[in-house]
Design a protein around this ligand. Structure first.
Ligand SMILES: Nc1ncnc2c1ncn2[C@@H]1O[C@H](COP(=O)(O)OP(=O)(O)O)[C@@H](O)[C@H]1O
Ligand SMILES: [Mg+2]
Length: 144
């Protein structure tokens, strides 16, 4: 489980940007961690790495934002307000977690209980606040 420690929002964005440069269509990233742990900061960098000129907003009230214009479209979900898989399906968001056309980044992925039969694996990234400026970020795969 590779772990990195970032010391600022900019460092977390840089990490997201490095991963975004390597992203390929069909990939799903599941982000977890408390409010303020840096998930949206990571997405901001990731979208830059994919090459979209769009500015990332916190989707807590919107459920879904789309960022076109890069190598592939980034679908940014925030599942915080949804109780579980039923509500995620009800909101029509399950397609982004099962068969995305572009890349999906989902905050609060723990709301979605992936089934073994799901067609695509979810790359999980965990964010933890160590103190005011430090965030510990853990990824299943090696971090670039
Ligand atoms: N190392 C860091 N990485 C990311 N954010 C940080 C870091 N240090 C401080 N922050 C601050 O923490 C907050 C993270 O917010 P955000 O990315 O929206 O979190 P989340 O989406 O997980 O709720 C921002 O206010 C940011 O400035
Ligand atoms: Mg967020």
């Amino acid at each position: 489980m590779p772990t990195v420690l970032t010391h600022s929002s900019a460092e977390t964005e840089d990490l997201g940007e490095r991963l975004g440069r390597l992203a390929a269509p069909g990939e799903i990233y599941g982000l977890s961690g408390d409010l303020g742990a840096g998930k949206t900061a990571f997405v901001r960098g990731f979208v830059r790495g994919v090459g979209s000129p769009r500015r990332v907003h916190s989707p807590t009230f919107a459920l879904l934002h789309e960022y076109p214009g890069g190598r592939c479209t980034v679908h940014h979900l925030d599942l915080y307000r949804l109780a579980g898989p039923e509500e995620i399906r009800g909101a029509g968001l399950d397609e982004y977690l099962l068969a995305p056309e572009g890349v999906t980044l989902a905050e609060w992925i723990e709301r979605w209980t992936a089934a073994a039969s799901d067609p695509r694996p979810i790359r999980r990234i965990q964010f933890r606040s160590v103190d005011e400026h430090r965030r510990e970020i853990t990824h299943d795969d090696p971090l670039p």
